[in-house]
Structure formats: structure tokens, C-alpha cells
Design a protein around this ligand. Structure first.
Ligand SMILES: *Cc1c(COP(=O)(O)O)cnc(C)c1O
Length: 355
């Protein structure tokens, strides 16, 4: 049976990414050796790193004055690396979900943190808006897409160019103006590669302004200077990332991908809104194009387990909602084909017909 991959992370990758990575595990770049067993200092791997870096720049139209780095540690290490490198006196954070609140917890170790807006009291069902950003902050941290709650920031706040964004779950899904940001970071396992590599896009001018010493591995400057090769990089995930980036370019780049994502999410939200069984959990204007969260209407609530089983029997994998929201979550990242979304919609309709 065809499986449809709705896992939230690690999550679906393109066939091209999976197949080319599998080939490189057997024989990398015609070397007659696996990519798992060669030095990262060989020219064949240096080319992987260089090409991945330049494709990130090309796809996101990264302006002069920014560097792209590939690191280990996941987005969670960025929660600490960002304040380590940027927070001298005070930073502002928008608390829009579980990941945002984890970033806030780390930042508090380094200086004053002002949580300028939060939707926690509404179980993070919307993106906080209408707050003011004061001039005396080192940066404003936001989470562009809240993977767990299915909300997405469709408009970025004005922080006079000093925005920092966790884009782990929607990077490369839509066009962004990189020049608004000091740092953009993303763990790879939502929209790019297997877990293990994290990318950051860093404005050079933003660095070097804090008075504390920074350990080498947690200093962006180290990774910039050594072109993501200060220590052994996550070789295989970086290779897979390159393959996904090549595939994004073949699709026509981020603008083309964004158009498809709007269509794909629209199909699923329409099906939810037109069903008598299901309802979305996120406020409509803040709905995510990447993570679609929905539950059963109160009068059908007891059917949730039954639907979960029904859907799994039809090949729908990973649609169980996160425990903090309940119900269901269909993660429909860039690599998710329209046919899988249609299969989920058909499954929902079939279940509803039998009620
Ligand atoms: C998954 C996720 C994280 C955590 O990433 P790790 O790589 O597991 O540390 C952080 N932020 C967002 C928005 C995420 O979706």
C-alpha cells in the first residue's frame, strides 16, 4: 500500500533526495567509497559544502554581508547560540509556541529578556500581534512557523533589521526578505534533510558586539571563518540537504514552491472547513501552510481514535496531533505531493460518509 508521509519531523523528503543519498552511501562522487567513510577534507565533500552554501544563497536571495553556515546541534542549540552571540543587555521575544518558549528559557541565561507578546493563554492558537518593539533591544526573536500548533507568521514585525527567526519548519517554503534579519536559523529535519544539520544565515555586522567570551563551537564567527569545517560537519545530512536544494531549484525556486504550498494547504483547510466532523484549531488568519492542525467537533470527539486507526489503515502516516493540541496534525512540507493531500481528504470524506 502507498504510504503518505505526514510526520512533523523528521519528515518527508523528495524521492530525489532519498535516492541520491542512498547512492552516495554506496558510492560517493565516483570515488568507489561510501560518503560515510571518507574524509570531509576531500575535495569531493568540500564541493558538497560549497554548493549547498551557494544554493541557500541563491534560493533565498541572500544579500551581500550575510554568511551561510552549516552546523550540528539542531535548532535547540541555536536557542543558546543566538543570545550567546547577540545578547548584551536586552532582547525581546515573541512567545508563540513551545519552541519559542524554549528559546526564551535559554536566552534568560544571558541577559534581560522581555516577552513582548504571548498567545500562551489561548494554547498558542494564534500569532500575537499589535505589540511595540522598543529601540533599546539587541534583537527581537520570533518563530516563523509554530510546528506544534499549526500557526505561521504571515507578516514579520518591524525590528529595524534586528530580527532573529527560528524558521525550522518553514524555511524554503515561501519567499522572505533576508535583509530584515540578523540571524535566520533552521534545523534541517522539517524541510531540508535528515536530522543532524542546522543552517544559519548570519549578518556579519550583527556579530562581535557582545563583551562575553564565546566558546569556539558556539561562536558563529568560528563556523563562518572555517566555512562550516571547523570540526567534522554532519556529512551525510549536509549531502542530503544539497540534494533537496538542487530539487528546489529544479522546481523553479522558492517562489514556485510557495505557490504550490498555498494550493496544497488550501485544499486541506477547505476540506476541514467543509466537513461536519472536523474543525481547525488555529485562528484562520494565522493558519500554517506547513502544519495543518485539526480536531473533531465536540459532538464527534469520541470518534478521534477510530479515525486515527481508519486513516492509518489507508496509509496515512504520522497524522496524530502533538499531545499539547490533541486531535490530528498533517504536516505538508515542500516535498509533500498534492496526491497525498488528496488521499487524506478522500480518507476524511470516506470516514464521514460512514458516520
Ligand atoms: C523541530 C523544531 C525545533 C527543534 O529542532 P531540533 O533540531 O530538534 O533542536 C525548533 N524550532 C522549531 C520551530 C521546530 O519545528
Amino acid at each position: 500500500m502507498k504510504k503518505h508521509n505526514f510526520f512533523a519531523g523528521p519528515s518527508i523528503l523528495s524521492d530525489y533526495t532519498i535516492k541520491s543519498t542512498a547512492e552516495a552511501v554506496i558510492d560517493f562522487a565516483g570515488m568507489g567509497l561510501s560518503i560515510l567513510e571518507i574524509s570531509h577534507r576531500e575535495k569531493e565533500f568540500i564541493a558538497v559544502m560549497d554548493n549547498a552554501r551557494s544554493l541557500v544563497k541563491e534560493l533565498l536571495d541572500v544579500p551581500q554581508g550575510y554568511d551561510v553556515v552549516f552546523m550540528g546541534g539542531g535548532a535547540s542549540t541555536q536557542f543558546c547560540m543566538v543570545p550567546y552571540n547577540l545578547l548584551e543587555t536586552k532582547a525581546a521575544y515573541v512567545d508563540s509556541g513551545t519552541w519559542a518558549s524554549k528559546a526564551i528559557k535559554e536566552a534568560k541565561l544571558f541577559g534581560e529578556v522581555e516577552v513582548i507578546a504571548s498567545s500562551k493563554d489561548a494554547n498558542y492558537s494564534f500569532i500575537p500581534k499589535n505589540y511595540t518593539v522598543s529601540d533599546d533591544i539587541d534583537y527581537l526573536h520570533i518563530t516563523s512557523n509554530n510546528t506544534i500548533f499549526g500557526t505561521q507568521m504571515h507578516q514579520f514585525p518591524d525590528a529595524k533589521g534586528h530580527l532573529v527567526a527560528d524558521m525550522s519548519s518553514d524555511i524554503f517554503s515561501r519567499q522572505i526578505d533576508v535583509s530584515k534579519f540578523d540571524i535566520i536559523y533552521a534545523g534541517a529535519q522539517k524541510n531540508l534533510a535528515p536530522a543532524g544539520v542546522t543552517i544559519a544565515i548570519v549578518r556579519e555586522d550583527a556579530l562581535g558586539k557582545v563583551s562575553r567570551p564565546i566558546p569556539s563551537m558556539l561562536n558563529y564567527k568560528t563556523h563562518i571563518k572555517d566555512e562550516s569545517m571547523y570540526n567534522t560537519p554532519p556529512v551525510l545530512p549536509t549531502f542530503a540537504a544539497l540534494k533537496t536544494l538542487e530539487w528546489y531549484k529544479q522546481l523553479g525556486g522558492v517562489a514556485a514552491i510557495e505557490k504550490i504550498n498555498i494550493e496544497k494547504a488550501g485544499m486541506l483547510y477547505d476540506a476541514i472547513d467543509n466537513s461536519k466532523l472536523f474543525k481547525g484549531t488555529a485562528v484562520a488568519e494565522d493558519r500554517s501552510l506547513m502544519n495543518v492542525c485539526f480536531v473533531m467537533n465536540d459532538e464527534y470527539k469520541e470518534l478521534e481514535d477510530q479515525f486515527g486507526k481508519f486513516a492509518k489503515e489507508r496509509g496515512m502516516m504520522g497524522i496524530k496531533g502533538h499531545r499539547s493540541v490533541g486531535g490530528f496534525r498533517a504536516s505538508i512540507y515542500n516535498a509533500m505531493p498534492k496526491t497525498s493531500i488528496q488521499a487524506l481528504i478522500d480518507t476524511m470524506k470516506e470516514f464521514e460518509k460512514n458516520i
